[in-house]
Design a protein. Structure first.
Length: 313
């Protein structure tokens, strides 16, 4: 739940900007693109070789021959040195698709005084920088319902233009679609949606066997609820407002509800062997990018999109 503390001008301004109008986004996109490129340049490139078996020229490993495989797949030279038959596997080199979803719904515009960026800005910066790295590694990147997968070196510009000219509703969660079984999905959102909607999203995206990572991007104020006294909380997506006479008395219940919501999301992702992590905007964007990049590199041989989550970044 995003909040606004009056008369804190920054929070109020964030809510007013939250209608997602392209003029506001146009003013910030150039800075976000530059920041994304700067961060991407500081991360070691090279996502191309993912250590997956498949069509390619680079040797990966030998494995035992499985009954029913064609005999021409046997490496007879290696098999002659043992009592077993072996198959020579090549490293998987075919580009596949990574879908990146940066949540641009009104609640993402929230930014407290302790944050480096709004949640919207942070999500876009990381989405742009991650796409830059993935394309440099030979992958294709798309935005569900907004941009078809591309391996273009100008992927950041294409993403920025697609977002800038998007006239549709600003959805919190990716639109319903069925990715290929080899696809990977990265969803950057505050995930304040009801758990039933998150569960339905995961069911649809995973139905084909695709894997993914959910990253909850939150503001420091949403993490700790540092409010006291009389505070008016404004719901930026049109659900009204509520006034607390003694906001500090809500802290314990708020923190408990936040922990429960995260436990529910984690339970859903664990069922599907998806990943879940949290990221606070008071921390660096590079930290989150390194987590996602490092998790992909750690998935060599497993076909997964990252390390086991439950991390706070």
């Amino acid at each position: 739940m995003a909040v606004a503390e009056k008369p804190a001008a920054r929070e109020v301004a964030a809510v007013r900007r939250a209608d997602g109008e392209s003029r506001t986004l146009a003013a910030s996109l150039p800075r976000l693109v530059l920041e994304a490129r700067r961060i991407a340049a500081n991360v070691i490139h090279g996502l191309h070789g993912r250590r997956r078996a498949g069509a390619g020229e680079s040797f990966w490993q030998y494995r035992r021959f499985v009954s029913g495989e064609p005999s021409q797949s046997v490496d007879w030279r290696r098999s002659a040195r043992d009592d077993h038959l072996y198959v020579r596997e090549q490293e998987w080199e075919a580009a596949h698709t990574i879908w990146v979803w940066p949540d641009r719904s009104p609640s993402m515009a929230f930014a407290s005084q302790k944050s480096r960026d709004s949640k919207l800005e942070r999500g876009l910066i990381v989405a742009f920088a991650l796409a830059e790295l993935l394309v440099a590694g030979g992958e294709r990147v798309g935005i569900p319902g907004l941009m078809t997968p591309t391996a273009s070196r100008s992927v950041i510009d294409k993403m920025a233009q697609a977002i800038l000219h998007d006239g549709g509703d600003r959805l919190s969660l990716p639109p319903s679609f069925v990715p290929s079984a080899l696809a990977e999905i990265i969803v950057l959102s505050d995930f304040w949606s009801p758990i039933s909607e998150i569960r339905a999203m995961l069911a649809g995206l995973s139905s084909s066997g695709a894997h993914g990572t959910l990253v909850q991007v939150v503001d420091p104020a949403e993490e700790s609820f540092p409010y006291s006294g009389r505070v008016e909380f404004v719901e930026p997506e049109g659900f009204g407002q509520i006034t607390a006479g003694r906001a500090e008395s809500w802290t314990t219940d708020y923190v408990a509800r936040l922990a429960l919501h995260r436990d529910q999301i984690r339970a859903e992702t664990n069922k599907l062997d998806w990943l879940f992590a949290t990221h606070t905007t008071s921390r660096s964007a590079a930290e989150l990018l390194l987590f996602l990049h490092g998790g992909m590199m750690a998935s060599k041989g497993s076909g997964r999109t990252g390390v086991k989550a439950g991390r706070s970044l």
